[in-house]
Design a protein around this ligand. Structure first.
Ligand SMILES: Cc1cc2nc3c(=O)[nH]c(=O)nc-3n(C[C@H](O)[C@H](O)[C@H](O)COP(=O)(O)O)c2cc1C
Length: 158
């Protein structure tokens, strides 16, 4: 199982979530951090580069909620990368509050549907700007990664 994880993180919460998830998932993983600059916060993003994801069995996207939307840098990346159609995809988002979970999901699911992906997992972690991102929450993400991998391996055996 070859996995690609693409994520963006401004203050490090999503990075921690992604690291815990990757630990649980295991296997061969390439991780790409979409670098964010302070200037970029208020601009509309378009990806300046892209990547062909055809070689990966699983593609995971990690991002955070900004102004009630999933960060546009991640959205721009999902819209423009090659080879995403029919891929197994997992999304991990962080946001300040639990209330953002549904609208963040609604936001990203539209783009994922446009790209015709096979969404096999979604995980949202509320962080309260990092104040509540404790070890317990990170263990939950790690466990999510572990059980996801077990299920994917089972599917492959069938
Ligand atoms: C400029 C800005 C806007 C934000 N807007 C929202 C929001 O609309 N809803 C929400 O739940 N959290 C919001 N947050 C909180 C972040 O989503 C949360 O702290 C997230 O975990 C940050 O991820 P990061 O540390 O990986 O950058 C915002 C944070 C910042 C800095």
């Amino acid at each position: 199982m070859k996995t690609l994880i693409v994520y963006c993180s401004k203050t490090g919460n999503t990075r921690k979530v992604i690291e815990s998830f990757a630990k649980g998932l295991g296997g061969e993983i390439d991780i790409l951090n979409l670098d964010l600059t302070p200037e970029g916060w208020l601009k509309n993003y378009t990806s300046t580069f892209t990547l062909d994801v055809s070689d990966y069995n699983l593609v995971c996207f990690g991002g955070w909620v900004m102004g009630m939307r999933v960060h546009p840098f991640l959205i721009a990346y999902i819209k423009s990368c090659y080879g995403l159609e029919e891929k197994k995809v997992v999304v991990l988002l962080t946001g300040g509050t639990t209330f953002s979970k549904n609208h963040a999901y609604e936001d990203i699911i539209g783009v994922l549907n446009e790209r015709k992906v096979n969404l096999v997992g979604f995980f949202y972690t509320p962080t309260l700007l990092g104040l509540t991102l404790n070890k317990k929450k990170l263990r939950l993400v790690e466990e999510f990664g572990r059980s996801l991998m077990k299920n994917l391996e089972k599917d492959d055996e069938v």
